[in-house]
Design a binder for this molecule. Structure first.
Ligand SMILES: [Zn+2]
Length: 406
């Protein structure tokens, strides 16, 4: 008989082989591979004796009864979709580790006092429609019209995809109202290097960082590269370079603030022309909204000064502003106690990446557990979490579940 950990490791490999491409791992919203992965996950839940159902969008749910069937359920879960050329742990591990913890609990003939609902969300990454959290958004209420009209790269709307490609046989809408559930717990790989640097196998998450995205355009003057003396130039690119370095310095002085410039375009973009305009992106994240906002204000001041000194025009265009989502203090404390019992650690770190908990926090308290991943690598085929660390995550989850009272 394989142990729950051995079963979990083999399941990670099995899901990792279900892909829409023969050469790399990819499962997007309602793709054939995503639905195959959903069916397999449903089967695993059924094998555990869970009462299973699926939604038309491919989200799967397994319910494990507790001794009090009327008690508010605890939600566990993660997502089965992936990015393009993904690793096999992001998302899948959270579902498979939860299954392993429940399997171990059942094998001990231990009965939890409340029902557990395990959710495998059809979409979190938003790879197909460039819209994140479709799976978890759908369980807290109907998707809005704007989201339903989003189109994939073939021009198919989300509404048409659900109608034509959805999993309709025996499907039921899976919905929860605010206050209906006792909480949502997700285990996920860290996707960063903090645990590796600290030689810790796992940690609890304090909250999900708030994020601001901006589009910055600096405009100067395109002049001849040979005939314009340095003192007379209005070079948008050197101005952008100074702004980007100022952003880096600001973030370095205020950890855990992180600022990234991931994209830059210059015009006209010729070797013998002084750049007239430089347009670049800013992605700024901090777990505390007040400090994110003050960092934004400081960045704006700094960019304004640099543009004025260099006689450039600054366009500061906010694109997106997502507030931070703190994890629930009570659930987080309980998860920390289990972390300490199993690993001796009390590591608590913020998540720079978004997770389904962002959405679930609208209807119930949330808490998250991170597992170390090699080199912090994620969204990459070399993504890896060791069997020891996965085993540790399953033990923490098991300890947490068994120590919960009604
Ligand atoms: Zn994920």
């Amino acid at each position: 008989m394989p142990t729950p950990l051995q079963t979990a490791l083999s399941r990670i490999d099995q899901l990792g082989r279900i892909s829409d491409s023969p050469s790399f791992l990819v499962r997007t919203f309602l793709s054939p591979a995503n639905l195959t992965a959903a069916r397999l996950t449903r089967q695993w839940m059924e094998d555990l004796g869970m009462q299973v159902s699926h939604a038309p969008d491919g989200t799967v749910r397994g319910i494990l009864a507790g001794s009090d069937s009327s008690a508010p359920p605890l939600l566990l879960g993660s997502h089965i979709d992936t990015v393009i050329d993904a690793g096999k742990y992001d998302g899948a591990l959270g579902i498979i580790a939860a299954l392993a913890a429940l399997e171990g609990i059942l094998a001990e003939k231990f009965t939890l006092p409340f029902p557990v609902h395990l959710l495998a969300f059809s979409d979190e990454e938003g790879t197909r429609f460039q819209t994140t959290y479709l799976g978890s958004r759908s369980i807290i209420g109907p998707l809005d019209q704007k989201t339903l009209q989003a189109k994939d790269s073939h021009g198919i709307t989300l509404a048409a995809a659900i109608a034509q490609e959805g999993w309709h046989g025996d499907s039921v809408p899976i919905r929860y109202s605010p206050g209906e559930c006792r909480g949502y717990i997700e285990l996920h790989i860290e996707q960063g290097r903090v645990l590796e640097e600290g030689a810790e196998p796992a940690c609890v998450v304090s909250g999900i960082a708030g994020q601001s995205r901006l589009s910055i355009i600096l405009t100067g003057r395109a002049d001849h590269a040979g005939t314009t003396p340095m003192a007379l130039r209005h070079d948008a690119l050197t101005g952008a370079a100074e702004c980007i370095l100022a952003a880096e310095s600001l973030a370095r002085l205020q950890p855990p603030l992180v600022i990234t410039v991931g994209k830059i375009q210059i015009h006209p973009g010729a070797s013998n022309s002084i750049p007239q305009s430089a347009a670049f992106t800013i992605d700024l994240r901090h777990p505390l909204d007040s400090l994110r906002e003050s960092a934004l204000a400081e960045l704006h001041r700094s960019f304004s000064e640099i543009s004025a000194q260099r006689r450039l025009t600054l366009d500061w265009l906010p694109v997106q502003d997502n507030p931070a989502i703190p994890c629930d203090p009570t659930l987080t404390k309980k998860l920390l106690q289990s972390l300490t019992v199993i690993t001796g650690s009390s590591a608590l770190i913020p998540s720079g990446a978004g997770h389904d908990g962002v959405i679930l926090s609208k209807i119930c308290p949330i808490a998250m557990l991170f597992i170390r991943c090699r080199d912090g690598l994620s969204h990459h085929p070399d993504e890896y979490a060791s069997p020891e660390d996965i085993g540790c995550g399953i033990e923490i989850l098991t300890h947490f579940l068994k120590s919960q009272k009604l």
